[in-house]
Design a protein around this ligand. Structure first.
Ligand SMILES: O=C(O)CCC(=O)C(=O)O
Ligand SMILES: [Fe+2]
Length: 298
């Protein structure tokens, strides 16, 4: 039978929080199938407040509408720890294509310069940069409230992934305590409808490198997932309030390549501005070292 190439399914994550063990087992089963197939699914029924999602989208739309000179005051190049504004066209994620047609803004935990993660130059660890003034303060407060909700959701998603591997829900607790994660705001202006499919990208085809990514899209399409069985790109339908969950390279490695960290890209031919908010969960930066040091020497 020919393989069925379907877009990532929408799963109801509320079963994770309920007492219905049958519903929970079904969720875990569906998650496992997606992880084995192409590493992508969407979830609804999570606990991130809808109002906070709307506030984040409004805040980032406002930020990207500011003059370039204001955005550049908080340019990420002011840091070596990847926080702040990323200019339009500054990345090429797919070799041989034009620079990505997008601008971004990176946020993480507020890490002071005397924190061990900063001192020891752990991944993306240091103070954030925020725009000046009271608007900057609102942007900061909304962003950090959302950032903390995303940590909670990531822990719940990892608990589900653990169960999908027949492990206890607490299996990743050492990984999720002291976790490093990066929230990224993205803005993709519309690409000309006649732009060259072979060259023009919102974000070029790539895989994510961490454990899991939780992505909120607004209502504009453009995200696509590679389907290796047919060699086609599948559209990931924008669903208001939902999260697109995808596995990163580290998770694929942990599972001896059984779970898939898949290629994805964005081409924004909608004629509209597209905004999205990925949250990249890298976990405790010392996790691997601690695990290795627990392996008995022979
Ligand atoms: O904007 C999107 O929908 C995808 C973003 C993405 O893949 C990334 O930032 O790694
Ligand atoms: Fe990505």
């Amino acid at each position: 039978m020919a393989p069925i190439a379907e877009a990532p399914p929408i799963l109801d994550f509320s079963a994770f929080y309920g007492n219905d063990e049958v519903a929970k087992a079904k969720l875990v089963d569906d998650v496992r199938k997606c992880c084995l197939r192409n590493g992508f699914f969407q979830i609804v029924g999570h606990r991130v407040p809808a109002q906070l999602q709307d506030d984040v989208l409004a805040s980032l739309k406002h930020f990207f509408s500011l003059p370039k000179s204001v955005k550049e005051e908080v340019h990420k190049d002011n840091t070596t720890w990847n926080r702040g504004y990323e200019s339009f066209g500054s990345q090429i994620l797919e070799a041989g294509t034009l620079p990505d047609s997008k601008e971004g803004f990176y946020i993480g935990e507020e890490i002071a310069k005397d924190h061990p993660y900063f001192v020891h130059k752990k991944l993306n660890s240091g103070p954030n940069q925020w725009p000046e003034g009271s608007e900057g303060m609102t942007f900061k407060e909304t962003s950090m409230a959302y950032y903390s909700e995303m940590h909670a959701l990531a822990r719940d998603v990892l608990a589900t992934l653990a169960r999908s591997l027949d492990l206890g829900e607490d299996y990743f607790n050492d990984f999720t305590s002291g976790a490093v994660a990066t929230l990224r705001y993205l803005h993709y202006p519309p690409q000309p409808s006649d732009s060259d499919e072979k060259l023009a990208r919102g974000i070029g085809a790539h895989t994510d490198f961490g454990s899991v990514t939780l992505l909120m899209q607004d209502e504009v399409e453009g995200l696509q997932v590679w389907e290796k069985t047919t060699g086609a790109w599948l559209d990931v339908e924008p669903v208001k309030g939902a999260y697109v969950v995808n596995l990163g390279n580290m998770f694929m490695r942990w599972s001896n390549d059984r779970y898939v960290s898949n290629l994805h890209r964005v081409i924004n031919k909608s004629g509209k501005e597209r905004y999205s908010v990925p949250f990249f969960y890298s976990g405790n930066p010392d996790f691997g070292e601690r695990r290795v040091s627990q392996v008995p020497a022979n």
